[in-house]
Structures are given as C-alpha cells and as structure tokens.
Write a protein that binds this ligand. Sequence first.
Ligand code: WTA
Length: 663
Amino acid sequence: MLDAGPHAERDRMTDQIATLLSEQRRFPPPQAFAAHAIAQPALYEEAARDRLAFWENEARALDWIRPWTTTLEWRLPHAKWFVGGQLNVAANCIDRHLAGPRRNKAAIIWEGEPGDRRVLTYWELAREVGRAANALKRLGVRRGDRVAIYLPMIPEAAIAMLACARIGAVHSVVFGGFSAESLRDRINDAQAVALITADGGYRRGQIVPLKRFADEAIAECPSIRHVMVVQRRPGGAGDESFAEMKEGRDHWWHRLLDPENPHCPAEAMDAEDLLFILYTSGTTGKPKGIVHTTGGYLTQVTSTTRYVFDLRDDDVFWCTADIGWVTGHSYVVYGPLANGATVLMYEGAPDWPERDRFWKLVARWGVTVFYTAPTAIRAFMKWGTDHPARHDLSTLRLLGSVGEPINPEAWIWYRKHIGGGRCPIVDTWWQTETGGIMITPLPGVTVTKPGSATVPFPGIGAELVDTTGKALPKGGGFLTLTEPWPGMLRTIYGDDDRYRETYWSRFPGRYFAGDGAKLDDDGYWWILGRVDDVLNVAGHRIGTMEVESALVDHPAVAEAAVVGKAHELKGQALAAFVTLKEGNAATAELKDDLKEHVAKKIGAIARPDDVLFSADLPKTRSGKIMRRLLKDIAEGRALGDTTTLADPNVVARLKEQYEGQES
Ligand code: WTA
C-alpha cells in the first residue's frame, strides 16, 4: 500500500520536517475572543477523564425520538454508536428550530454565480424539504433506497439531502464537476433508484449541462427509475429547452413539488441506519463508497461545528466547499443546520466576474466565520491584496482551513489580509472517512502555530507510529487513530473486506489515515500529506490508479504511470508518464487528446498537467513501476537509489527527456 517504500517516505518526510521545524511563530488566542468562546479548556479534561461521557453529553444536544441504550459497541474494526437510539437528521436540522425565535431566521443565504439571490428561513426550508420528501415518496422512493444527487451549489442541493434524510433514503451526492462516466459508476455501485439533478449550473460564466451528462450516465444505469430535474437555467420559467425530458422517467422538480403537502412526517431512524454514501478516491482504480450512519455522525458534526467555529445565533457561517465533497456535507449542511445557524452558499468560482467575488460576498452578507481551503488561499495571495482590501471584511471574526496542509506563509497571509490580524485561524484535519473534524485548534483556547493543525479534538485519540506500528512520542511518522469516534465511516459500501484492508490492516488495531505527520515537542500535529497512492490536487482527492486506468483506456496507450508533483497553487498537480502502443506517434495532439480523455472519463479535476511519452517506464525486477523515481523526475530532483531497477538506464533517459521537453 505504501508504494514508495518506507525509506523513500522517510526521506521525503525528513525534508519537510526540517522546513517545518524552523516555524517558531506562536499565536495565543486573543483575550476578547477567549473570554466569550463557546469552547473552554475544561473540555479537554472532561473528555480525557471519560471519553464516552463526553460524547454522550454531545449526543444529548440532539433531539432523540428514543434514547440509546449502549453508547458504544466496538468490535474492531466495526463500531456502533448510540445503539438502540432513534432520531431523524432532518428533524434535528430543521423541525426543532421552528418552535422558537429561529423560525424566521435565515437558514440558507444563497447567491448564484450570475448574481441571483435567495434567502430561505428555517420555516421556508421546512416547507421545501417537506414537499421534496413527499415528492420522493410519491415516486416510490422508500426508506433505505439510495438516491443520487448531482447538482450545482444551489439551495436544492441541501433540500434534496435533507428530504432524503427525512424519509430515511440514503443519499449519494456526486460532485457536479465529475463526468458522466464517474456519475454512472457511482450510481451503479450504490444501485440508486432515483437521481436528482439540474438542467445546468454556472461556472465562470459557462453553463455546465448537468442533465446532459446525467442522461449519458443513466443510459447505463438500469437501477434508476426516476430523475428529478431542478430548473436552474436563467431566462427562467417556462424555458425547458435546455434539458430533454424523457416521458415517465424525468420530472421537473418545481412541477413535482408544487402540489405536494409541505408536511412530511420524519422517519424514526436507528442511530446506525445509513445516512449517506460518499464516494472518494482510494489506492485502486475504483472509488470507494464511504458509508456514514445517523446518530454518531450527527453528534460529531454538530459538536465540532459548535466548538471549532464557535457558532452563535447571529453568525453568518460560510464554508466555501461544494456539497459534492464531505466538507459540504458536514459543514455546509448537517453541522451548521443542526446548530440552527445561518449558512451562506455560493454557486460559482471565486474569480467570477472578478477576483474579489468572495470578498464582495463577505461584505454583502456580513459573513462572520469563513472556512476555506489552502488552495484558494494561495490563489488569493497570488491575485494580490488589493482585492480583499477593497471590501469591508470587518465582520469576520474566525477563519478556518481544511483539505490540505497549509504552508505557514499562506497561513500568515490569511491571518493578516483576510482576518485583519484579529481573527483566530482553525486549521482542521479530517477526511471523508472521519465524517467530522478530528485534529484542530479550539478557538479561544488553543495557541496556534502557522502550519500545524495543533491537537486532537476532545474525545479523539490520535497517535504517531513508525513503519512497524510502534507509537512515537514525537518526530516524523504516520498518523493513526487509536479509538473509534462517533462520525467514523462504518464500512465501504458493498465491500467490507476492502474496508478492513484499507484502513485497519497496515497497523493492526489502529485506523491508518494514509497521512504522514510530524509531532513536535509540544505534542502539536503537523500533517505532511498522503503517503499512499492518493493525491491531493487543489484539495481534491484523486487516486493515481484511477487516472492510470483512464489513460490506458485510450486506444493509443499501452501503459501509464501517474504521480503527483509539487505545485505552487494546487499543492499537487498530476504528471503522467505514458508508453504508447506500436504504431502511434507521440504528437502534441495526442497529448492534448489524452488530457481530454482523462477529463471525460473522470472529470476536469483529474486532467493531468503534464503528459510525457516514454518508450519505457522504470520498473523493479519484479515488474513494479517505481513511482517514486517518476516523482523525482517530475519534481526535477536528483535521482535516488536506482539499483533495484531492472534497467537503470530507463530513468536517466526519462529524466533527460522530461527536462528537455515542454509538456
Ligand atoms: C488532507 C477533506 C493537512 C489529508 C476534509 C487527508 C489535510 C485528506 C487537512 C482528506 C489539513 C485534510 N491539513 N491535510 N487540515 N485536512 N487534509 O477525504 O491528506 O477530501 O487525508 O476530506 O485531505 O481528504 P478528504
């Protein structure tokens, strides 16, 4: 699983650790913030004294239909939380806010890329979700059925998720930037019975024709019985020409919902009933369906949202993630809404129509808590300080970062130019698999260090280990989780063996996150990034094997190896080494064609930056491609040990070729 081998990983980590060790800056919590912070230092002590009691207490903040009888049932690697308890996630995110003053509070403030706006109060959200839930039922969607959601960032994305949760259907959201083929594979793996999509969405002024991609996908999805289509296209009402509707199968969302009753009873779900499946890249060519359940997941996202973002009733919380990623699930929809917060949702790109769009949004809506990815921060840095400086960002009081390691310079820039030097920064480490935040500062409590995600959230157990699985008190190694946590994935959909193998076999008894990390003298975590064949491109997880499979699917390609190379803005970019089948010429056109082919197979996020044609790929004598050496070549480094190669000359030739060639 650790393709590059322990030594290579250790060398690479040693370099990174040396750089991070020079980071000496410390930022104690501002006193004014600390005085009123929701999180208090005692939380750590409470959780350390009795971990389960801590989580029970957090779970009690939710509305339960029936209380649980057992807090945790742990049969490694399978955990059950709050066993015997019953609740409904949508009722927790909506209904319980309707009785008090939150009834008329904005739940979702939305802005489309072209500038259209919509504000939904909790009351209005309740009615929309109720009608959508009844519409799903009318189409025959039952408790336990899987529903695929392929939508732009519009309120209907949240409404669709909550409608599924309300009736006990399991949603599988597929990011709108994924291709038809990716959508098809995800639908088929989950055997979804319905798909919710839109005629289109906006991205940098262009319309992304989602319904057309969806049609292409479901031509090969026999399980899909119904398609609901949200009308997003501007020019608006009555213009139905953008999406071709198939009689009997396709239904306009607005027409279907219009006659429905806004009241739909919330299903009593068991704590361990499935809430959603979310596909993510792994180390094989096939994405895995991460399974999350109801009670534990909601407990962890509700608790972390409250403490990590210090969320209050008058906050406007903006998490910039798309709903297609786990960050959108946990911190656009479930965590904030369960807390009765106001969330801002924005459909489009940060540089449309200008590079100050985000700051315009912050100023217009008075955003107070802002949560984004290092990739975005690095882009803002590059675009210059003028853009944020032109807008009033004084409402901001807390900033967050997620998805990739944040380099100290980006952290400092973020603090100064976005946070005005006054906002604490929470750098939060977690994964699709963990469901919620795991390692993070608590604002008002934790002293922060630029580039460090600091310490585990209360009630979370993390340990650094070496290659043999021995726990290390400090230094460099692998990040593992030592205790089951409420929001943890329960399995991989339909493949429990893969679940055991992927997460629990590398270090027996521990969950291995796939990340390398450093633990400093103060016990602070510095996450160094993936050590497996998963890349993190602009905060998006992409498996090298997935891209390789897409490449070898092209008729001209014999063999392909894909590696990540360091990239100033995206963190990592994809470099592909390709050998062609006999009779194919290595032309510039073919290069473009291959990049396009990958975008079509997976989605534009997986398009390689570089494609290099090569007569051979460096292999060990047993035939294994040495990706580590390819990475060295792609990043312009001196070559490491090549003695285990079947033909050492291959690498030297490749290096020469790579350096001499524009890709
Ligand atoms: C990386 C996103 C450093 C890490 C929530 C992890 C981070 C992967 C951080 C999960 C962080 C996430 N610092 N690295 N604060 N947060 N990562 O599943 O490599 O899309 O394993 O979940 O992102 O990506 P995923």
